[in-house]
Design a binder for this molecule. Structure first.
Ligand code: PFF
Length: 448
């Protein structure tokens, strides 16, 4: 069939309507919601930060999400060629390439953390997790060792294994199984967390805003996270957009994806904050929150190894539906650019991305001192450059493209005139300014 010849136009290279929504929610919902969101909420002001995050989602996130989906479906190409096709200008393709590079780099270290979650799921189910009592030492010992490489490899292997079957038989089918599974696990864990004796304190930390804690920095972190959480600026939504049926309403899809992502982050907060507070742990302890505070909490509750195991499985599933969307971005690009088959492209990029992730995995715990420079391990550099620079820049490219360069945006987005004007206003005047602030601030060019 045509899809096997790699021209991307076969029946197997399209999403069904529900398949698209699930796959896009799968991309958005990931480690960002359950690992990153809780610890930055803990660090940057609790409920007040959560409110800011919601505002950023609405004002900047959703308009840019719709822009990416419309560009993808309008251009029917990868995150670079779609921009060229719609504008007739190769320069835009070069800008689009930034997002493809971003997806590849982010996947390299995202797969490392995804690997940790599988390791912790295994530790928990087998009860080994609870033979320890110093979870901080356990975590630093683990990430500083060689084991993470094995798990990172497994994550990359699974990711390649899924997308090698194509859009419909691979990505869509996988998401259709995993997303309902995620919802069930999430609800079970939320009920468990909220029925813990004394859960209220954690809930109120999460939901009672204290605006005195807000700083300009927390606003920028919230904006950056809104981008990360909706998978924007990395070509993922443009790439998925190219596989969407013309009859699908992109406006409704945008709302569904945004709601899915927000509800998921909300429920994750309702699991993590009560659980850490009940057991007297610190919510503001940073990246170790999920891997250090939660194991301690699970070890102290009845059936903890079951709930702990389920929690980390949930995290691993959420991560996999995101890694799948990330790998598809460069795969779509090399297939089109070099005319390679899907199979060959997937195998090659899976291996290359694994290799690029090796220094990230090995840079933690100072096992290889050369991998720490400028005060940060290689892993943190990758995360920093992607989340704070490439990702907002990629978002800026799409924003400016739809706001100023592409004449057909209105037709592709299919919004009513009023909504269209609001959308365009956000893309022209609000989003670019805010996103530029994030880039300049992160790069240290402006200070607040
Ligand atoms: N949105 C994902 C998360 O919140 O974990 C991460 C992500 C996936 C970012 C895909 C960017 C992307 F293209």
């Amino acid at each position: 069939s045509a899809s096997q010849q790699g021209d991307g136009k076969g029946a197997g290279e399209r999403f069904s309507s529900s398949g698209f929504i699930l796959a896009a929610i799968g991309s958005a919902v990931g480690l960002g919601n359950m690992w990153k969101f809780p610890y930055i909420t803990g660090l940057y002001g609790g409920a007040a930060f959560f409110l800011l995050f919601i505002i950023c989602l609405l004002v900047v996130g959703l308009p840019v999400l719709l822009a990416e989906l419309a560009v993808g479906r309008g251009g029917r190409g990868n995150a670079s060629t779609s921009l060229i096709r719609l504008s007739g200008n190769r320069l835009w393709g070069g800008f689009g390439f930034i997002t493809i590079l971003g997806a590849f780099v982010i996947l390299s270290f995202y797969a490392v953390v995804a690997g940790w979650t599988i390791h912790y799921a295994v530790l928990s189910f087998t009860g080994k997790l609870f033979e320890h009592n110093d979870y901080a030492a356990l975590f630093t010992g683990f990430i500083g060792g060689w084991m993470p490489l094995l798990w990172q490899f497994i994550v990359m292997f699974l990711t390649g294994f899924i997308i090698i079957r194509g859009v419909s038989a691979g990505i869509e089918r996988f998401n259709k199984v995993l997303i309902p599974g995620l919802v069930i696990l999430l609800l079970v864990l939320a009920v468990r967390a909220l029925t813990l004796e004394g859960a209220g304190e954690g809930v109120s930390f999460f939901l009672r805003p204290d605006f005195s804690e807000l700083t300009a920095e927390s606003a920028l972190v919230a904006l950056g996270h809104a981008f990360f959480s909706l998978s924007l600026g990395m070509g993922a939504m443009m790439t998925y957009g190219a596989y969407v049926d013309k009859r699908q309403s992109l406006g409704l899809a945008t709302l569904a994806i945004g709601a899915g992502d927000l509800i998921y982050a909300f429920l994750a907060g309702l699991i993590i904050f009560p659980t850490t507070f009940v057991f007297g742990l610190e919510a503001s302890q940073g990246p170790g929150l999920v891997f250090v505070a939660l194991p301690a909490a699970f070890s102290a509750m009845p059936l903890g190894s079951l709930f702990g195991g389920l929690f980390f499985v949930l995290l691993a599933f959420a991560a996999l539906t995101s890694t799948v969307s990330l790998l598809e971005v460069p795969v779509a690009f090399v297939r089109e650019a070099f005319g390679w088959s899907r199979k060959f492209s997937v195998v090659l990029l899976t291996v290359l991305c694994f290799l690029l992730g090796v220094p990230s995995a090995l840079s933690l715990g100072n096992k290889v001192p050369a991998l720490t420079f400028g005060g940060k391990p290689f892993f943190d550099w990758m995360d920093f450059v992607c989340s704070n620079i490439i990702l907002p820049l990629g978002g800026l490219v799409v924003t400016l493209f739809v706001g100023y360069a592409w004449k057909g945006a209105s037709e592709e987005a299919g919004l009513s005139p009023w909504w269209f004007r609001l959308w365009l206003f956000m893309l022209r005047y609000i989003a670019p300014i805010l996103v530029l602030l994030v880039v300049l601030y992160s790069a240290g060019i402006i200070t607040l």
